[in-house]
Ligand binder design. Sequence first.
Ligand SMILES: [Zn+2]
Ligand SMILES: [Zn+2]
Length: 347
Amino acid sequence: MAQTMKAAVMKGIGQIEIEELPIPIPGEEEVLVRIKSVGVCGSDVHYFVEGRIGDYVVKPPFILGHECAGEVVEIGKKVKNLKPGDRVTMEPGIPCGKCEFCRSGRYNLCPDVVFWATPPVDGTFCEYVTHPANFTYPIAEKVSFEEGALVEPLAVGVYATHRAHAEPGEIALVLGSGPIGLVTIEALSARGVTRIIAVDIFDFRLKKAKELGANFTINAKEGDVKAQVEELTQGRGVDVVFETAGSVSTSQLTVEVTKKGGRVVLIGLPSQTHFDFELLKVVDKELDVLGVFRYANVYPGCVDLLNAGKVDLQSLITHRFPLEKTQEALQFAHEHKEESIKVVVNL
Ligand SMILES: [Zn+2]
Ligand SMILES: [Zn+2]
């Protein structure tokens, strides 16, 4: 086998170059995977454009990308569950397994997690990666590598709906119909929730939301979201709201549109960390406010949903680029939100 591989390396803000790097060698409990598809995530775009997300600062050279699928080409000597040739998707965060959070099952909160493309850990815009076998999951033959890569964002949506205990018969409101909003809608549908209201500012995305399970859509640019939700729920409010847009106004809206005793699930990251939030409504309406940070324990379930055809990840993909054009892929995802949903890099 060749000794080097191509990697798309971030050399500075907005600047990515293809370099030859050594192919990593798998440890005893790891597999070597030839990457076939990598999804461009909002976090990749943030790092690419701004060089940082909060306290995480990119120090070039750095490799972005964490939503990926590929084919196992080599296994470590203690690996039993996988073999060369297996088609797989990989959970990008490896927790320590020892701390309080790992031991209680909430390993997404592990302070020592090693997560792809979160500085200083390199990501997967490259030809080969090594990964622990127990965070690597086989996907069905009929599932494409592109869909396999998008198990990562799906995991966020599925985990959020678990946190919220969304149930059939409830009315759910999803604020933001970008990739995370759309997979949340799909996760809700898969849980049997049939009354889903989707909100966005782009009709293109709202159309997709309808295709994927929302039965009512509101364009926030055209109408008063709060008034329309009130009308749709006869003044009662929704049982559960998911904030995925990461904007201040939608975050503030959550407590307004939720019924008494309802749940508010916050997934998006507003760029402003401090803003007015009507806390009194949380007390007065006895709301449960739940934060969602990535996900834990949902990857096998997500792969099952995908293998069983219960979710559609293929139709989230609107644009494709080769590895050589990773810079263009990130730039495109940054500049064309109104006409794109998921951009993927295929190898
Ligand atoms: Zn992601
Ligand atoms: Zn831990």
